[in-house]
Design a protein around this ligand. Structure first.
Ligand SMILES: [Zn+2]
Length: 495
């Protein structure tokens, strides 16, 4: 409608000028009113401006926009990018909440929207549209604002410079595991008023969580390194004799692929062979008793909490300061393995490889043999050594160290299929993340694999420090928080 267009036009201005109050009247009725969140006149500090913008965004787009977004704060060369980027969960079917400003003016620009969307590549799949409000400041000499009669389009002198700045700004903001904000929020005094801002304060105090996010230093990369996965894999099972020593059939069975079940997000296949209930109970009992004592003080500060149970071989339950954490263990571990593989390729240009004591051979199709022969170098870069053993047999002689616990034949088969699908070397480079994602899926802990509490806790700790660990490789969430308030509501407590 006409009114909707008018409101939209005013919105765009309102999001750029928190120092100005706006009111929209329609046929004698007040439709919208947004008070100034920043005192006019004096030059505000960066923090005060960010604060005022966040409150204006909350007023105009709703509290959800703030709750489901992270602060963007990035500077590269002549370009500064601030604002807020929506979490992948907050993505919408329409691109109706994507606001870009260049030197304070609302613009619609392909370079900017492409840069922003590409920042979501690794965490948001499909056709969903991210939400964001980005404010780009750039030397006026490096941008031509007179290319469109309504000045809604711009032309950058160096569009690559701007594209990279925006992409990195949003990517960095999204990479920080959200669990870290959770911990910071818990550290806040409950019910404390937000820091006083300039001007009158007609707005309600916002949820503390986004303020905590603002406090995170986005350029401080220390502590975001992917930690050693061996902590998860290396922990002995509760009863090795019952679960089966590595290499035995029982152990292999516990890692058996359950692809169909995994992709459906359920545990539809028959559970892997489990040790007798009695043996397992005795095996875990001493540890379960010791864990709460040892962890009691420390556990309160763990953002994703202390693991308490695994249910249906799919989810890990943990207790944290806010309440209950539910983790999709395969999805979470898959992201950790994926980020580790990416880091290896970025750092050393190849994935660390480990030879198999006994090569794993399998009957291969002519296409698989041809692909293995044609892509030996690429396979080597991926940490795999796959060579013909006979005209109709391939032998896997080495696998990535990170994935050494998985099934080498399954891994080789799926990587060969990916390579055959992408073929040319240039495409392989572009499809790199896709292939690494497939490999990570094979290397990640499978549904129905029984985890010890130590293994569960190791996984939670790795999630807390792994970039993008809030989403799995396929863009699905890896964990959810159920707060005490939400749990109480389920049971109608305190009403
Ligand atoms: Zn997977």
């Amino acid at each position: 409608t006409e009114l909707a267009h008018c409101v939209e036009a005013v919105r765009r201005h309102a999001l750029a000028r928190p120092d100005v109050g706006f009111a929209i009247w329609h046929e004698g009725k007040l439709v919208e009113q947004w008070r100034a969140t920043l005192a006019a006149g004096a030059e505000p500090s960066d923090d005060a401006l960010q604060d005022a913008l966040a409150r204006r965004l909350a007023d105009v787009l709703g509290e959800d926009f703030i709750r489901e977004s992270v602060a963007v704060q990035h500077r590269s060369g002549a370009v500064t990018v601030t604002g807020r980027a929506g979490l992948p969960d907050a993505a919408r079917s329409r691109a109706d909440q994507q606001f870009c400003y260049v030197n304070g003016r609302f613009v619609r620009d392909k370079v900017l929207t492409h840069a922003a969307r590409s920042a979501y590549e690794d965490v948001l799949h499909g056709h969903k549209q991210p939400v964001y409000a980005l404010y780009i400041r750039i030397d006026p000499l490096r941008v031509d604002v007179n290319v469109h009669p309504t000045k809604i389009e711009v032309r950058f002198r160096d569009s690559r410079e701007v594209h990279q700045a925006v992409r990195h700004a949003v990517e960095n903001a999204l990479a920080v595991p959200r669990a870290q904000a959770l911990a910071a929020a818990a550290a806040d005094t409950p019910g404390a008023a937000p820091p006083a801002a300039a001007g009158d304060q007609p707005n309600q105090p916002l949820a503390p969580v986004w303020r905590a996010q603002d406090a995170i230093k986005f350029d401080d990369r220390v502590g975001h390194k992917v930690s050693d996965l061996q902590a998860l894999w290396g922990t002995p099972a509760p009863d090795p004799a019952a679960v089966g020593a590595p290499g035995t059939a029982a152990w292999q069975a516990s890692l058996a692929p359950a692809d169909a079940a995994h992709f459906a997000g359920t545990s539809g296949t028959a559970p892997a062979e489990q040790p007798a209930g009695g043996a397992l109970a005795w095996g875990t009992a001493p540890q379960a008793a010791a864990a709460p004592l040892a962890a009691a003080s420390e556990a309160n500060t763990w953002p994703l909490g202390r693991a308490v149970a695994q249910i249906h071989g799919v989810y890990i339950l943990a207790e944290n300061a806010q309440g209950l954490i539910v983790v999709d263990m395969h999805a979470a571990h898959e992201r950790i393995v994926y980020e580790r593989l990416k880091a290896q390729v970025d750092g050393a240009a190849r994935i660390a490889s480990q030879p198999l004591l006994i090569p794993a051979t399998f009957a291969a199709t002519p296409e698989e043999v041809a692909t293995a022969e044609a892509h030996g170098d690429t396979l080597g870069m991926l940490g795999l050594e796959v060579a013909p053993f006979s005209p109709k047999t391939l032998a896997v002689r080495a696998v990535p160290t990170t994935l050494a616990q998985g099934n080498p034949v399954e891994l080789a088969r799926s990587v060969l299929a990916e390579l055959a699908a992408h073929d040319a070397t240039t495409v392989v480079q572009r499809a790199r993340n896709e292939i690494l994602g497939t490999m990570a899926c094979h290397g990640a802990v499978r549904a129905n694999r029984k985890l010890t509490l130590d293994e569960m806790n190791a996984l939670l700790r790795q999630m807390e420090v792994t970039d993008r660990s809030d989403q799995c490789n396929h863009g699905r969430p890896t964990w959810r928080q159920l707060s005490m308030k939400e749990l109480d509501a389920l049971f109608l407590r305190g009403r």
